[in-house]
Design a protein around this ligand. Structure first.
Ligand code: NAD
Length: 240
C-alpha cells in the first residue's frame, strides 16, 4: 500500500475502486460533504479531490486486512466505507472459466465481505459507530448476460440485508445502492448493439451518470439517513 496525501480535514471515508468512473464521483461527492476520502484502487491513480490515493488489491483478504490496519494507524478510524470496487468481464455463460469466475466473486463479493469485516471489527473494538455503503447492481436483482457478475451482485444485496441487521446493535449501518446502467469505463465493455437495446428499455431514456450514483451513496453515508439500514436503494432511471 502506498499513498499521496492532499486535501482538507473532516470525517474519514474509504472508497474502494476509487480510480474508476463511479469511484471518482463518490470521492468527489464525499469530499464536497466535508470528508477526507481515502481512494483505494489496485491501479495507482492520482485524484486531486481525494485526501490520499492508496494502492491495494481488495480481492485479496490479507491485503484488505493490511489496508485497514494501516488506514487506522496513519489516518484514524473511518466514519464511512464505500465498497465500490467491481469487475464486469462481459463473458457469456458458455465461455466461463474458473479463473474469471473466481476474480468476479473475489472482487465483487469477497472485497465487500472482507472489507466490511475488517472495518466492523475495528469499529466494534473502538466502540465507535460507522456506515457502510455497498455498490450492488440491478444485475443482482434481475440477472445479467454475465451470470457470474449477476450472481456476485445478488450476493452483495443479500449480504447488505444480513449485515445491516447483524451490525445494527453496534451502531453500524449497512446499505447498498443498486445502479442501473451508468456511463463509465465498465459500461464500455457492453457490446454496442446491447448498449442500444438497454438504452431503449430505460424509461428515462438514457444511462445514468456517475454523479447520480454518487449522490445516492453520499446520502446513505450521511447522518441524514440515520434510520436507514439493511436497505437497497435503486438508482436506475426506472429500469426493472
Ligand atoms: P470502473 O471499471 O470504472 O471502476 C471499477 C474500479 O474498481 C476500477 O478503478 C478498478 O481498477 C477497481 N478495481 C477492480 N478490481 C479491484 C481490486 N481487486 N482491488 C482494487 N480495485 C479494484 O467501473 P464503475 O462503473 O465505476 O463500477 C463501480 C461499481 O459500480 C462496480 O462495483 C460496478 O459493478 C458497479 N456498477 C456499475 C454499473 C455501470 O453501468 N457502470 C452498473 C451497476 C453497478
Amino acid at each position: 500500500m502506498s499513498g499521496i496525501v492532499t486535501g482538507p480535514a473532516g470525517p474519514l471515508a474509504v472508497v474502494t475502486g476509487g480510480a474508476g468512473g463511479i469511484g471518482r464521483a463518490v470521492t468527489a461527492a464525499l469530499t464536497r460533504t466535508g470528508h477526507r476520502v481515502l481512494s483505494v484502487d489496485r491501479e495507482p491513480a492520482a485524484d486531486p479531490t481525494a485526501h490520499a490515493a492508496l494502492v491495494a488489491d481488495v480481492a485479496v483478504p490479507a491485503q484488505v486486512e493490511r489496508l485497514f490496519a494501516e488506514v487506522h494507524q496513519r489516518y484514524g478510524l473511518p466514519a464511512v466505507l464505500v465498497n465500490n470496487a467491481g469487475v464486469y468481464p462481459a463473458r457469456d455463460f458458455l465461455d466461463y472459466d474458473p479463473t474469471t469466475y473466481a476474480e468476479v466473486l473475489d472482487v465483487n463479493l469477497g472485497a465487500t465481505f472482507f472489507g466490511t469485516l475488517a472495518y466492523a471489527r475495528a469499529l466494534v473494538a473502538a466502540g465507535r459507530p460507522g456506515t457502510v455503503v455497498n455498490v450492488a447492481s440491478i444485475s443482482g436483482q434481475s440477472g445479467s448476460p454475465d451470470a457470474a457478475y449477476g450472481a456476485s451482485k445478488g450476493a452483495v444485496i443479500a449480504l447488505t440485508h444480513s449485515l445491516g441487521r447483524a451490525l445494527a446493535g453496534h451502531r453500524i449501518r449497512v446499505n447498498a445502492v443498486a445502479p442501473g446502467l451508468v456511463d463509465t469505463p465498465m459500461a464500455d465493455r457492453i457490446p454496442a448493439d446491447r448498449r442500444d437495446d438497454y438504452r431503449a428499455r430505460i424509461p428515462v431514456g438514457r444511462f445514468g451518470t456517475p454523479a447520480e450514483i454518487a449522490a445516492a451513496v453520499a446520502w446513505l453515508a450521511d447522518p441524514a439517513s440515520s434510520y436507514v439500514t439493511a436497505t437497497v436503494l435503486d438508482v436506475n432511471g426506472g429500469l426493472h
